[in-house]
Design a protein. Structure first.
Length: 451
């Protein structure tokens, strides 16, 4: 389950040695260029799979001209993706882009100021750490980490480096979510008493790549580099391309979906992590060799870490087997409901006059309003700009690369969602109630450290 300690120590030790040749010139001279508003920021791509091509690259291109950013190189260890990625970027931007076989070659270049990382879930922390130790700013897709060892590794590396790292939890740059955060923090919503989150699809092919798996041959990639700090096992094309279905490369539902939604809980409340987590589920329908559940319910307890008399529950449900209910994020107070899917606040479920009068109390009903006015709507031309949330998050990263300000989805936000994710993983794998020890920064299951 845990990354190999020796590999991780070797990697961190290499950060100041093997990467020194490329990092040594990156302090004053390179950032003198980045800080200049008229100087072009040159970007390398790390991992050019579906998420990069469908989300990150269109979002990048939507902002590149105005922000004066340009992609100059593509790093991918599979030759097919490397070649297809370079061709895709040239078609998208009109700029020819060099291909490099791996990140060592990428960071040896003098013309890469920053990178966008969209590799397999378990690789994000390693690749993010590698980037900042090589002196580059980075946009790192979520999740940051699904083991605490990796989460601690990348947070320490980013904080030590001073580099600008934006996490791919794009809700933090979305206007309606920004307004919801401001509204809850204003106190007008009242205390949160419950949060219900749902992510349901009916897609047997979700995260499957049956047409691509036969195309991947071991000799065309670098299996050892793919595994990074995970245990060495024989080559498996499904584990490479359908990694979201297999632990220890992903936990599936928690890695992919829970992270996005649980991040808003931390943001809206200022709480760093859950107080506890339990989970149940299984593979109930899609018996295709996957190891990660196709159905899950997780329940989290949140509240002040020093006052258990206050708090609220977060109920998270997700399934691949029936899409009823879709995607929901519902926040409840005594006065009503905040619905992030509809981007509205309403008095739904609030304390009515009749029920209040029975206890000599006053009614508590929130006024109805929209979190996002029509005039503020963002373009949804996905073919050109990708999804507007990712485009907004990418732009915020670009702005922060120039200003050196902390981005919306900072490494601390990524660390917090990693704690919740790691607690969820522990609850899945042990079947126990899981807590978190703030002193040791360890996930605890049954009174023992879960690694």
């Amino acid at each position: 389950m845990a990354p190999l300690a020796n590999n991780r120590r070797d990697f961190l030790k290499a950060g100041s040695a093997a990467l020194a040749a490329s990092a040594v010139n990156w302090n004053a001279s390179s950032y003198a260029q980045i800080l200049g508003s008229n100087d072009r920021v040159r970007v390398g791509i790390v991992g050019c799979g579906d998420r990069m091509k469908q989300g990150d690259l269109p979002a990048f291109q939507a902002n590149a001209k105005e922000m004066n950013f340009q992609i100059v190189a593509v790093s991918d260890i599979w030759n097919r993706r490397r070649e297809e990625g370079a061709a895709f970027i040239q078609q998208l931007s009109g700029n020819p882009d060099d291909q490099v076989r791996n990140n060592d070659e990428l960071y040896a270049r003098k013309d890469v100021d920053a990178v966008i990382i969209a590799t397999a879930d378990f690789q994000h922390a390693y690749h993010g750490t590698e980037a900042v130790q090589a002196g580059r700013d980075a946009y790192v897709e979520k999740p940051i980490a699904h083991t605490m060892a990796d989460a601690r590794m990348i947070r320490a590396a980013v904080n030590k480096s001073g580099k600008i790292v934006q996490v791919g939890t794009q809700r933090r740059s979305t206007p309606s979510y920004i307004k919801a955060n401001e509204y809850i923090k204003s106190g007008k919503f009242g205390d949160i008493v419950m949060v219900e989150m749902t992510w349901n699809v009916n897609q047997p092919g979700r995260w499957r790549r049956p047409d691509v798996v036969p195309l991947l041959k071991e000799e065309d990639t670098d299996w050892k580099r793919y595994l990074l700090n995970r245990t060495m096992v024989p080559f498996d094309a499904r584990h490479y391309l359908e990694f979201r279905l297999f632990w220890p490369y992903s936990s599936g539902i928690p890695d992919q979906w829970l992270v996005h939604q649980i991040d808003t809980v931390h943001w809206f409340t200022g709480l760093p992590h859950p107080r506890s987590c339990v989970a149940n589920g299984g593979i109930y329908l899609w018996k295709d060799g996957r190891k990660n559940w196709d159905t899950m319910t997780a329940v989290f307890d949140y509240g002040p870490l020093d006052d258990e008399s206050k708090g609220f529950q977060v109920q998270y449900t997700s399934r691949f087997t029936n899409s009823a209910g879709g995607v929901k994020e519902l926040y409840y107070s005594n006065g009503g409901m905040l619905d992030m899917a509809k981007q509205t606040v309403t008095p739904t479920g609030g304390l009515s006059q009749k029920s209040a009068a029975e206890m000599n109390m006053q009614a508590n009903l929130l006024p109805s309003f929209s979190l996002l006015e029509k005039a503020e709507a963002v373009s949804t031309d996905a073919d050109v700009h990708g999804d507007p949330e990712t485009a907004a998050n990418m732009r915020n990263w670009m702005e922060c690369v120039r200003s050196r300000k902390t981005p919306n989805a900072s490494i601390e936000a990524g660390y917090s969602h990693s704690i919740a994710l790691c607690m969820n993983v522990a609850a899945i794998q042990t079947g126990q109630k899981v807590t978190f020890d703030d002193k040791t920064q360890q996930v605890m299951a049954g009174g023992k450290v879960f690694a």
